[in-house]
Design a protein around this ligand. Sequence first.
Ligand SMILES: NC(=O)c1ccc[n+]([C@@H]2O[C@H](COP(=O)([O-])OP(=O)(O)OC[C@H]3O[C@@H](n4cnc5c(N)ncnc54)[C@H](O)[C@@H]3O)[C@@H](O)[C@H]2O)c1
Length: 275
Amino acid sequence: MSFVESMFSLEGKIAVVTGGGGMLPSYIAVAFAKAKAKVALWGRGTHHPMEEAAKTVRKQAGLSLDSADVIGITVDTGSTEACEQALEQTIQSLGVPDILLNGVGGNIGRSKFVELNEKLFDDVLKLNLMAGLVIPSKVFAKRWISEGIKGCMINMTSMTSYKPLSDTWAYDAAKAGVLNLTQGLAKEFAPYGIRVNAIAPGFFVGNQNRALLIDEKTGDLTARGRAIIARTPFGRFGEYEELWGTALYLASSKASGFVTGVSIPIDGGFLIDNI
Ligand SMILES: NC(=O)c1ccc[n+]([C@@H]2O[C@H](COP(=O)([O-])OP(=O)(O)OC[C@H]3O[C@@H](n4cnc5c(N)ncnc54)[C@H](O)[C@@H]3O)[C@@H](O)[C@H]2O)c1
């Protein structure tokens, strides 16, 4: 194994990727599988049956389509009981996980503050904070602490963790909370050797935001798409593969063993834009 391979290889590691049927989490799962981790994709399976999601990751990682090293598990990560069952299922199929990528999350709806839908606000907080972080992290940390496993958690922060975006109030508050919890849990779990970090993607075009950024009929940028590009010093959206290096760096205890409580922006400079 070359020096670089030994630094970033995840051989012998087992990773759980929640929201594993989603855009960003499934791309990150591909990187973990390419780096030779065994991977369990956890997801609700509502829009993406988890076995299909597993097949897609196997294919993109260059594994055989029936490889047992990447599995899909249907689970609502907003339920402690369901996460405990999914963890047992993962352990039976792959072994005790060392890595938890909390990929569940996202925004629903936009509005002026005075027109805010309170039920939707609550749903977005629950999606990003509870299902997206608190519940799976609690289940994993309990197990890791009781078994003395020096696990690694990676959360999904966002540009909104640092500065509010317009009209996405609950998402902004939730992602600021994800950054806060990343730092707080990093301190809480440091005595057990458990690391907690985050990836903060800038703007990547996916199914859930394509219509917001690109006019379907003309293929031109929408006003919001143009505003984002104008504020991104690199002048473009991110490519999903550009998440891989940071994900592997944070997941590899050899590469980032003394790193905890950080959130790494992958944003083409969005956060350092000025006038
Ligand atoms: N797409 C971006 O540009 C971007 C930017 C910054 C941060 N993020 C964050 O990255 C993460 C992934 O985003 P994405 O754009 O890939 O979203 P996505 O919607 O494609 O993926 C999220 C997945 O989570 C699943 N899910 C939702 N609730 C669940 C639950 N309770 N239990 C199990 N699975 C559940 C969904 O079915 C979906 O497959 C989110 O936290 C998002 O906020 C995305």
